[in-house]
Design a protein around this ligand. Sequence first.
Ligand SMILES: [Zn+2]
Length: 98
Amino acid sequence: MSLWETMNFTPRGTDRDLASMAEEIDHLSMLVKALATLCHQHGVFNEKQFEEMRDFIDLQDGVLDGKTKSEFKARVCPKCKKKVSPSAKKCMWCETAL
Ligand SMILES: [Zn+2]
């Protein structure tokens, strides 16, 4: 995955296993590390500027939640208060109907 493909990365469906998702996260993490190291070496930005841009990008979906797409935001089970998938019919923790 190139840097430009990474910037437009969209998580795919839920049909993948954890191993392939972990592999993808590891790859993305490696690319971020390479980019951050290069930027640091060249004095491209400081930590405050990075945090401002991070929050600006985060807010493009209208929600400051550390994610690029707010539709992936988890719901909270009304009974046990744990996070559940937005599409779940029942809570995976306590099996309460949602
Ligand atoms: Zn629950």
